[in-house]
Design a protein around this ligand. Structure first.
Ligand code: SAH
Length: 353
């Protein structure tokens, strides 16, 4: 059985042509699935009866399942999403005045082992399939619609997607790109590429491919202004050091693509004025925005969040140097839904193969 949620428009077109059907069946079925929320082949009335019957025997539409929901005092919602008998991931909905942002996961756990991240502490099990990535958006859309919470001026229930949940999306490149293509497709969600943000530690060769294949907005987890410190916080920096990463980002930003640098504020680790000046120097000449993220603690971690004054002082140095800098609002930390706090449930830890 082939899960049609694993196929983007190109894949669906090839699938139908293989069956001896017209290529436009692909866009017809995409509309049913992603725009109407219809999963029953029998209800897809513009497909011939014969085709509907064939689909029932050779294809399926299989989604992950919502296991539990938690709602924060600030309105942030976190869902535990069950993928298979041993694995669940988390996704988070952040409602705001002018947008509904969904934060989705790309892997069960993460192999990168960044020292300040709860997901990294769990280890890695497997990549999510395309169906499991785009399925998170499908589920959240349907929940918000069913709750009657779609706001009138919004084209979609979910207006923005950030791939900032569990995992490193550029290590699960193919499935993530296919899922994003479905999100961008006018016959599915029709999100603009500015409304999808992929957050990455910066896997340099994959960033170059992303620029060519699916240039969405980028968020780079920088977190340190020099290699010595970044090597300690983000071990994969040893493989893709800052000079290379920054050059790649400069290249990505050309052609009016959005690049944001994320910088987690860790008390007495990376939050001094000297670090701020170093950061200014590092980012010189790149049209980028900086997002300062107050560290979110989790059990058994030795780091602390920087003091508010230190975050403000750090930000002021950046602003005075002409860098657009915002401090990220802390959302959902009462339900462990904030950045770096997502854990889910993982079985059978494996090393990444
Ligand atoms: N692997 C990707 C996406 C997942 S993390 C990446 O690294 O970008 C999403 C963001 O949350 C990253 O910027 C990550 O560094 C940050 N983060 C991780 N742990 C955190 C914590 N405990 N507090 C605040 N931010 C954290």
């Amino acid at each position: 059985m082939i899960n049609l949620l694993d196929l983007d428009r190109e894949g669906l077109t090839a699938f139908f042509v293989e069956l001896g059907e017209k290529p436009f069946r692909a866009t017809q079925i995409m509309k049913w699935i992603y725009q109407q929320g219809v999963f029953d082949f029998d209800k897809m009335t513009n497909l011939s009866k014969d085709l509907r019957q064939r689909l029932q025997t050779i294809a399926c539409l299989s989604l992950p399942e919502i296991q539990t929901e938690q709602i924060s005092q600030d309105g942030t919602r976190k869902w535990l999403v069950r993928l298979d008998s041993g694995n669940s991931i988390e996704m988070v909905l952040i409602p705001e005045e002018e947008r509904n942002t969904l934060c989705i996961s790309s892997q069960v756990g993460c192999a990168l082992d960044c020292t300040f991240c709860a997901t990294g502490k769990q280890g890695f099990n497997r990549n999510l399939t395309t169906a499991e990535i785009v399925g998170q958006l499908w589920l959240a859309e349907q929940i918000v619609i069913a709750d009657g919470q779609v706001r009138e001026n919004f084209k979609h229930a979910i207006t923005n997607v950030v791939i900032m949940g569990m995992g490193e999306p550029l290590i699960n490149f193919d499935n993530t790109v296919k899922a994003m293509r479905i999100m961008l497709d006018d016959f599915a969600y029709g999100l603009s590429r500015r409304r999808i943000t992929l957050s990455t530690v910066g896997i340099v060769p994959a960033l170059q491919r992303l620029k060519e294949q699916c240039p969405v907005s980028l968020a780079i987890s920088l977190h340190a202004p020099n290699d010595i410190l970044r090597n300690q916080l983000i071990p994969i920096n040893k493989k893709y050091p800052l000079a290379e990463l920054i050059n790649t980002c400069r290249d990505y930003a050309q052609g009016n693509r959005h690049v944001t640098f994320e910088y987690v504020m860790l008390k007495n680790i990376n939050d001094s004025i000297t670090h701020a000046h170093e950061l200014v120097k590092l980012l010189r000449g790149i049209p980028a925005k900086i997002n300062l993220i107050p560290f979110n603690p989790f059990p058994n971690i030795n780091y602390q969040r920087s003091a508010i004054e230190d975050i403000d002082n750090f930000r002021n140095v950046l602003i005075q140097a002409g860098l657009v800098t915002v401090t990220r609002k802390i959302r959902g930390d009462d339900i462990n839904a904030a950045c770096g706090q997502l854990a889910g449930k993982i079985q059978n830890l494996k090393n990444q193969g």
